[in-house]
Design a protein around this ligand. Sequence first.
Ligand SMILES: Cc1ncc(COP(=O)(O)O)c(C=O)c1O
Length: 508
Amino acid sequence: MNSALVKYEAACRALGEAKSIDEVKDIRDKAEAMRAYARMAGDTDFLFWAIEIKLRAERRAGGMLAEMQLQGPGEYQRSYHTTVAPTLDELGITKDQSSHWQLEASVSEDEFEKWMNGHLGDEFPTSSGLLNLAKRLAAEQENGSNKTTEEKEEKGKKVKFGAPDISIREIEAVVEVLQNRTLTNGGLVRQFEERFSEFIGGGDCVAVSSCTAALHLSYMALKIGPGDEVICPAMTHVSTAHAISMTGAKPVFVDCHEDHGLLDPDLIPAVLTPKTKAICVVHFLGQPGYMRSLADIAREHDLKIIEDCAHALGTNHGDNHVGLIGDCGAFSFYPTKMITTCEGGMFVTKHPELAEKARSLRNFGLDRISGDVTALGWNYRMTEIQAAIGIEQLKRLPSFFVKRESNWRILRESLKNFKTFEGRDGIAPYAYQILVDDRDEMRAELLRNDVQTSIHFEIPVPHFSFYGGGSFPVAEYIAEHSITLPVHTKLEKTAMERLVSNVRKFER
Ligand SMILES: Cc1ncc(COP(=O)(O)O)c(C=O)c1O
């Protein structure tokens, strides 16, 4: 029996035996990851089975919904508060959504029924709402109808550096927030924080307006301020250093290790002073920093560790997700990141008292219990719209990883003759960086051929006039010689071929 069929049968069995909506959803999300993989690999058998598993999971969930809706009006009211509402919530849908789905269906009912009948048995009851969700998935598979013209054009032509992956799910979630009219301070921010915590394997999460805000809150929660020094890498986004400066503390820059381009722990002892209070490690381009060595230094000198995880959703260090290894971590949801909420960030920590502090500082320093303002705080809140997008993006994250990982491997295989930093274990497929001699000429030529690239980063932070200089040879080398190539989910086979062939013109 081929392996696609074995996986399919196992998934169907698991679906039949699922005892909770969570198990059904889990299978649905795995099927989505399989679908993305199969599509990318051009494996039509696997693709077929993956779609079918997903549709079955949707129908199974639909079955539960239908059962609940069949209850009598009196009971319905009661169960709305007990069973139905939380379950619908878990499914990420509202009572009213079946009618939206009906309106937005993009293939005719007949056409879909024909398709469904050809592919599915009758074992699961269905509801019109979820049936129509399945209908859209089918339409997406069959003719890419939920893609914009721009996206379709992009497939074969332009290679964009950043292309956020926004589906109908995020769009519906935003519309729902706008219809419900709780635009901020609602339950979705909390839900996003909980789901994020589940994804990274624990910790207290506080959703905020950007990664910069999360970094700033980290220092403030740790009481770092005027007169203190914080060590950070010379090669990073200016935000890493600004968040330190915003507290009144001084960023002290350290060069990068030449093997991986990450903050070099061996250079830290030379810059330690009695004022040093913390180290900020940046998991640069998805690579985990040298956490063990940094932890040793921190322990010996009583320093805090702040993790800048802007590029590092999905990055692991040993068995731990980054962000939960040091004292605090900060993630970014800017549009080019692993998931997006337009703008947005997440403060994470394993220490509940730091999370409580960050929650208060995110909201003007207000104490939630007493109503008193106990510290100087900011408005760093995330909106319900951003959280709604984030929740949907997190659900789709497994499939994003499959696609990004595959694109990352294609670049690593095809661009073997280009110099690159060795990827450390646990690296997440955020982007692929190569190091070349004729960087600017190469970027300009790629751009002439509609291939967008980026640089991480063009100027070492201490060289900005605000920070005032110093010598950082590895950071300077990266700034002058690196090109970052995209691996995002919108890059299909033809775009990857185009990217590779254009880069390879510069093979020496
Ligand atoms: C390493 C690093 N840290 C922090 C940030 C700031 O993130 P945000 O734009 O969400 O504030 C960025 C932005 O890309 C970054 O690259």
